[in-house]
Design a protein around this ligand. Structure first.
Ligand SMILES: Nc1nc2c(c(=O)[nH]1)N[C@H]1C(S)=C(S)[C@@H](COP(=O)(O)O)O[C@H]1N2
Ligand SMILES: [Mo]
Length: 229
């Protein structure tokens, strides 16, 4: 397996993200509740309908923009394209030009991708990883997996998907330069306005301290929830 430019193999999938999300956790990690909205004719809640879609399994590599990668992960869930053609189009009926897609998460995180990118065959909504239900650290109960894009485009703890006519009014979860509209790994689109190779050096220093921050926050969270009556 070859690593994309500027990436290294970290050997496992750590709990990771923007620092301000380290202490935020989803309320609901077992039952999937997914709302479809935005510029659509009808808002829909797809929780049970998801179960009617075919299950898919896929092995793919995962690349965080801060330069770590985790190779050969086996994700299981449903394909985004199936959700779009079998549920979004017939039931929510988005406006034909609604091609800016926004994902909203239980921890307040959000990200976006163009509809065209999301209709690629390797984009899935995953509820299982390496043969087990998704853990709270890695995105339970449901997350997007977009392997060709930096992992900030793979939102965890999904609760809502909006199909929008434009990106007007969309606020990225981090600073504006940090969210490239497409963030393709093979083009090293790490951010906006700063070359990818330059961002590598800045981001790489944050990996170890941020990983520790996320790990300790999860440990605290798990202890607190187990102490609750
Ligand atoms: N809900 C949510 N999704 C998120 C994030 C987050 O903080 N919250 N961080 C993103 C980033 S920057 C990365 S690298 C991956 C990390 O996924 P992991 O914790 O399963 O390794 O999730 C992405 N999706
Ligand atoms: Mo990331």
């Amino acid at each position: 397996m070859t690593l994309p430019a500027g990436q290294y193999d970290i050997g496992e999938l750590p709990r990771f993200g923007l620092p301000r999300f380290a202490d935020r956790f989803p309320d609901n990690v077992t039952k999937i509740h997914l709302d479809i909205g935005g510029d659509v004719e009808q808002q829909v809640e797809v929780a049970d309908k998801l179960l009617t879609l075919p299950r898919v399994k896929q092995i793919s590599d995962f690349h965080c923009v801060t330069t770590w990668s985790c190779l050969g992960l086996e994700w299981e869930g449903i394909s985004f394209k199936d959700l779009y053609t079998n549920i979004v189009l017939p039931l929510a009926r988005p406006r034909p030009e609604a091609s800016f897609v926004v994902f909203r998460c239980q921890d307040g995180y959000r990200s976006s991708l163009p509809l065209n990118d999301l209709l690629a065959d390797d984009i899935i909504l995953a509820d299982r990883l390496n043969g087990e239900a998704l853990s709270i650290g890695n995105g339970a109960p449901l997350r997007l997996i977009a392997p060709a894009h930096y992992a900030y485009k793979s939102p965890k703890h999904l609760k809502r998907i909006d199909f929008m006519l434009s990106d007007n009014g969309y606020r990225p979860a981090g600073l504006r330069f940090m969210e490239h509209p497409r963030a393709r790994v093979d083009k090293e689109e790490r951010g906006i306005g700063i070359p990818g190779w330059l961002l590598r050096f800045v981001y790489r220093r944050s990996v170890a301290p941020n990983r520790k921050l996320f790990k300790q926050a999860l440990e605290r969270h798990l202890t607190q929830s187990s102490e609750k009556p």
